[in-house]
Ligand binder design. Structure first.
Ligand code: ACO
Length: 368
């Protein structure tokens, strides 16, 4: 009898090139450097409001199909509901990192809820993220303003006052840019959980757990740490060379799918250019980016390593005023659009996701 390892088809560690779902939500072409969301190239969507991408992703998946303005009103109401639910839990957040605190608050949302779950999930992340960031500075949470657009209220809840319109626009562009991205690790996690019919909040909490790792959504904070550690132009090349020589990965570079530049990097760079202040920071970051790409090309000639979304994410989120330990939570605020849509799609069209493993252990009695 052949051993199971020989009988099974070959395995694919990391599931590279495995097609594990069919989706109409988004498509990533890593060779052409293209991201299509619901039939639109990302570049066409740079000026969209977040509510517009939600309407696009939820199209045909939500029972009461609504447009961006209805979604904006529903989100406002749901932000209020999330704020109420959060209040009694705030003492329990003590000692947790921001993403652990978000995980705790999201997992406390009940399944029996009058507001449709996807709306509440999307509404809740900015409410929780802003409150967690303020708690980190010893400040009380700010209640949402139901009448405001989602991005504007996110910044208002963070800063405790009306947000500068150009910063709201930059945040909207960010949230749209990261709203969905094929079958990335966190979205796959959400679909696996949804395929067991565990429910939406369980699925998106699992997705958040996958997002928090530094190889996925935990990189933008470390990008700023890297820029700060480099400090000045004269140190760029030596710092990067030392990091690579020490076996470190340069944060904000490399991607499992993209073999060319991540198209999201340029959309975010454009958003940054729309902000008044920060041109010095951008110039410095560009110099670091150029030097990093040259070094990666020289040191890893067999592996095309290009700038990924996290590099300019870090600069945009810093410029609109988020503390760097909140960046993963802000990523979750945008990606919640895609997670919820993938969960709905999986629930409607999917089958239990249950791949196989290849057994490489000893057979019973072997070597006895
Ligand atoms: N810096 C230096 N070397 C790198 C980098 C990097 N950023 N990324 C990959 N490499 C090297 C690896 O060391 C490896 O080299 P080796 O073959 O000599 O050992 C080779 O490139 C292949 O690396 P893998 O880990 O197999 O590539 P994978 O596709 O799994 O990695 C990943 C993708 C995790 C994003 C990786 O590029 C990385 O760690 N980047 C830094 C962290 C980062 O920016 N994360 C955010 C990703 S974007 C997102 O998820 C939203």
């Amino acid at each position: 009898m052949p051993s199971p390892a020989l009988a099974a088809p070959s395995s694919a560690p990391g599931l590279d090139d495995v097609i594990a779902a069919e989706t109409r939500l988004s498509h990533v072409d890593g060779i052409a450097g293209e991201l299509i969301i619901g039939g639109h190239h990302l570049q066409e969507m740079a000026d969209w409001r977040f509510e517009e991408v939600l309407a696009l992703l939820w199209q045909d998946l939500m029972p009461d199909q609504t447009g961006p303005n209805d979604i904006s009103r529903a989100l406002g109401k749901a932000r209020g509901r999330a704020f109420e639910r959060m209040q009694p839990l705030l003492p329990a957040l003590h000692g947790l990192s921001p993403v652990e605190a978000l995980r705790l608050l999201l997992s406390a949302l009940p399944d029996a809820e009058a507001i449709p779950h996807p709306v509440l999930a999307v509404a809740a992340v900015p409410v929780f993220t802003a409150a967690i960031a303020r708690a980190g500075q010893g400040l009380d949470p700010v209640a949402p303003d139901e009448a405001l657009a989602h991005a504007a209220d996110f910044l208002r809840m963070l800063h405790g006052g009306p947000a500068d319109p150009e910063k709201v626009k930059a945040l909207d562009t960010y949230l749209v840019t990261v709203s969905d991205h094929g079958l990335n690790a966190s979205t796959f996690a959400a679909r696996v959980i949804a395929s067991t019919k565990a429910g939406l909040f369980s699925s998106v909490v699992g997705a958040l757990c996958a997002l928090k790792g530094p190889l996925h959504g935990g990189a933008p904070g470390p990008v700023l740490d890297m820029l700060d550690a480099i400090g000045e132009t004269s140190r760029i090349e030596s710092w990067l060379a030392d990091a690579l020589a020490g076996g470190e990965r340069l944060m904000g570079f490399g991607h499992r799918i993209y073999r060319v530049r991540d198209p999201r990097a340029d959309v975010l760079k454009g958003a940054l250019a729309g902000l008044k202040d920060g041109s010095g920071r951008i110039r410095f970051a560009e110099q670091v980016e150029m030097a990093a790409l040259a070094l990666l090309h020289e040191k890893k000639p067999l592996r095309p390593l290009q700038t990924n979304v996290e590099f300019y994410t870090a600069l945009v989120l810093e410029a609109v005023g988020f503390p760097r330990d909140s960046f993963t939570n802000v990523f979750a605020a945008g990606r919640m659009a895609g997670w919820t849509a993938h969960v709905l799609e999986q629930e409607q069209t999917g089958r239990l996701i249950r791949p196989q493993s290849r057994y490489v252990g000893p057979m019973p009695g072997a070597g006895a």
